[in-house]
Design a protein around this ligand. Structure first.
Ligand code: PNS
Length: 161
C-alpha cells in the first residue's frame, strides 16, 4: 500500500487544497491530510478547528483521512508509513519555498520524497490568506471553501470575526 501525506496549515482548508488532495488520492492508495503548525504564521483557527474543517471537507473521499500533528512533518510521515509528501504550487515563489522544504524533509527522513503538483489555473488566486481576509470582511466564501466544510466553518467562525 502506497501512502502519501498532504501537509499544510489548512487555515482554513480551501477548494484548492481539496483539489490537490483529490489528485493525490487518484495516484496513491491512501492519503493522509495532515493539519500542522506553521511556526512562521499566526493561525486564525485552532489545530482542532482546522482538523474539523479538513475532516468535513474530505468526508466523501474513501481513501483519505485527516489527522493533526504539532510536531515534525518528516517524523509524522515516517509514523504513517508514507513514501511521499504531496504539495501544490501556484507559482515561482511557492516552487522555491517547497523545493527547500522538500530537501529539508528528505534530510530528516531519507525515505521521503516530495511531489509538487501545479495548481489548476482556476485556483491560482485562491489561498487560505485570501479566505481569512474574506472572513474578516464578512464576505461569502462558497467559491473558496469546500462545500462539505461550509456548515462547520459557519459555526466555528462565530465569535472570530
Ligand atoms: O500550508 P503551509 O503553511 O504552507 O504548510 C507549512 C507546513 C505546516 C507544512 C510546514 O510549516 C511544516 O512542515 N510544519 C511542521 C514542522 C516541520 O516539519 N518543519 C519543517 C522542518 S524544520
Amino acid at each position: 500500500m502506497r501512502t502519501a501525506v498532504c501537509p499544510g496549515s489548512f487555515d482554513p482548508i480551501t477548494v484548492g487544497h481539496l483539489d490537490l488532495v483529490c489528485r493525490a488520492a487518484a495516484i496513491f492508495d491512501q492519503v493522509v491530510l495532515c493539519v500542522m503548525v506553521n511556526g512562521e504564521k499566526r493561525h486564525m483557527f485552532s489545530l482542532e478547528e482546522r482538523l474539523e474543517l479538513a475532516r468535513a471537507a474530505t468526508a466523501a473521499l474513501p481513501n483519505v483521512r485527516a489527522e493533526a500533528c504539532g510536531g515534525l512533518l518528516a517524523e509524522f510521515a515516517k509514523d504513517q508509513g508514507a513514501c511521499a509528501l504531496v504539495k501544490g504550487v501556484r507559482g515561482g515563489g511557492d516552487l522555491d519555498w517547497e523545493t527547500q522544504m522538500a530537501q529539508i524533509n528528505r534530510d530528516l527522513n531519507p525515505g521521503l520524497d516530495t511531489i509538487l503538483l501545479p495548481a489548476r489555473p482556476e485556483h491560482l488566486h485562491i489561498s487560505s490568506t485570501l479566505a481569512r481576509e474574506m472572513l474578516r470582511h464578512h464576505q461569502d466564501l462558497e467559491r473558496y471553501i469546500p462545500a462539505g466544510a461550509m456548515d462547520a466553518l459557519n459555526r466555528i467562525r462565530q465569535g472570530k470575526v
